[in-house]
Ligand binder design. Structure first.
Ligand code: SF4
Length: 432
């Protein structure tokens, strides 16, 4: 059963009398377990839908859907599958105590992997899940591989019952499923030989493995399980060497880079970050692979849309890891707009100094950066720091933080998104 959360006005379901709270029980005789069943089973044009209205009345709708017309319902979010692993390096293990509950939830859900690109380890897949992935052709899936040698993977995932990922991928690949894979590389655990073996195993899948991202382990000051070495210049350089070796092979034989190092690896190693063309369609940008190149590209493309803002003083709050890259971008913005930009790189007060990502800054950091700065006309903060409910990771409300500060504060993804509107008189000087 899946429950309707919203019916779009004028849609087929609206005309049928479906209302929010209606339970959708089956489609063409097949019971509905979740949004995937609904999406795939309603792909037919002739539908018999069994439902239960909020008052308890059971009803059967028979309909012929005009080709391509959506049924017009939104469903309540599914119960997310929990992770059965206990990786020593899990970011959630590194969270401080006392944050809001959902932040501690470890999801490991192949359905979200298909629908939203969340990475899943596939270690909790049951026979029924395999059958659904193959029947519905849930492809591509985003898979946290971490290591292909079975023993190494058991240690990394801290789960002796973890299945053999090579056998799992093979079974799915034989059914036509493709994968974007990631390996979180932990020095001493899955670098060196394990990394080489894993890349060789994934390479052997041919076109079924679309890309592999190598991401360095992240350790906060609260990580208590992982006592290994953090990623350093030497390790990052060695991993990028492996990326380049496999990349050369992939370019030669499949005209595709196939393996990518995350931006953080380049920043850690001191190697220059590749340009946008390196990343193709940015398949793993949510994993921090090519995010800087994409930002540079968006700034370059958006410069012409920006108004003159001569003499305006604009503060730009960012994480420590972006401090080296920001001056070049701010200089381009200064040249184009005439505004005076000041970069404000902040240490993360919640996770500690080893967490340098801009998107993980918290409300307290934003306050610290901007309070008392009456000299600024405007401030930009990383939009990724705020969730859909308007909250920072430390539970501070964006609206409250903004109101406590002496200048208009705008969340921004790429500077251009906010600055392009600043020339419009009715928006100038107002907070988002
Ligand atoms: S798979 Fe590991 S890193 Fe991912 S959520 Fe589970 S414990 Fe954390």
């Amino acid at each position: 059963m899946v429950r309707v959360s919203r019916v779009l006005p004028g849609s087929i379901c609206d005309e049928m009398g479906v209302v929010a709270g209606t339970e959708l029980l089956s489609v063409n005789g097949r019971p509905l377990a979740d949004f995937l069943d609904w999406e795939f089973l309603t792909a037919d044009d002739e539908l018999v839908i069994e439902a239960r209205l909020p008052g308890g009345e059971e009803i059967v709708y028979e309909l012929e859907r005009p080709e391509g017309e959506p049924l017009g319902v939104e469903l309540e979010p599914p119960n997310v599958r929990r992770c059965a692993n206990k990786c020593e390096f899990c970011f959630i293990e590194g969270l401080p105590e006392g944050l809001r509950k959902p932040l501690y939830m470890r999801d490991d859900d192949y359905r979200l992997s298909f629908a939203y690109g969340n990475f899943a380890t596939l270690s909790n897949l049951k026979e029924r899940d395999f059958a659904r992935i193959l029947e519905y052709r849930l492809s591509p899936l985003y898979v946290s591989v971490h290591a292909t040698p079975h023993e190494a993977r058991k240690v990394l995932l801290n789960n002796p019952r973890v299945p053999d990922i090579v056998a799992q991928l093979r079974r799915l690949a034989e059914g036509g499923i493709q994968f974007h894979c990631q390996m979180v590389v932990v020095p001493g655990m899955n670098d060196g030989e394990v990394l080489e073996q894993s890349l060789a195993d994934l390479w052997a899948f041919g076109d079924s493995v679309l890309s592999v991202a190598l991401v360095p382990v992240g350790v906060t000051q609260f990580s208590h399980l992982y006592d290994g070495r953090p990623m350093d210049v030497e390790n990052a350089t060695r991993i990028l060497d492996a990326v380049e070796r496999w990349e050369a092979r992939a370019l030669a034989s499949r005209d595709d880079r196939w393996v990518f190092g995350s931006d953080e690896l380049y920043l850690l190693s001191g190697r220059p970050l590749p340009g946008a063309a390196h990343y193709g369609d940015f398949a793993q940008i949510e994993n921090g692979v090519g995010a800087v190149a994409s930002l540079r590209e968006r700034v370059r493309e958006g410069l012409d849309t920006l108004p003159r803002l001569d003499g305006r003083r604009i503060g730009v709050v960012t994480g420590v890891s972006m401090a080296a890259l920001m001056p070049e971008l701010l200089e381009q913005l200064r040249e184009r707009t005439g505004a005076l930009f000041e970069m404000l790189p902040m240490e993360n007060s919640l996770f500690g100094p080893t967490t340098t990502t801009a998107g993980l800054l918290v409300g307290a950091d934003i306050r610290r950066a901007l309070e008392g700065r009456h000299d600024l006309d405007l401030a930009l903060i990383p939009a990724e720091t705020i969730n859909d409910d308007g909250l920072f990771l430390d539970d501070e409300r964006f609206v409250a933080v903004r109101e406590s500060l002496p200048m208009p504060v705008h969340p921004s993804y790429d500077f251009v998104d906010v600055l392009a509107l600043e020339g419009e008189p009715h928006l100038s000087g107002h907070a988002a």
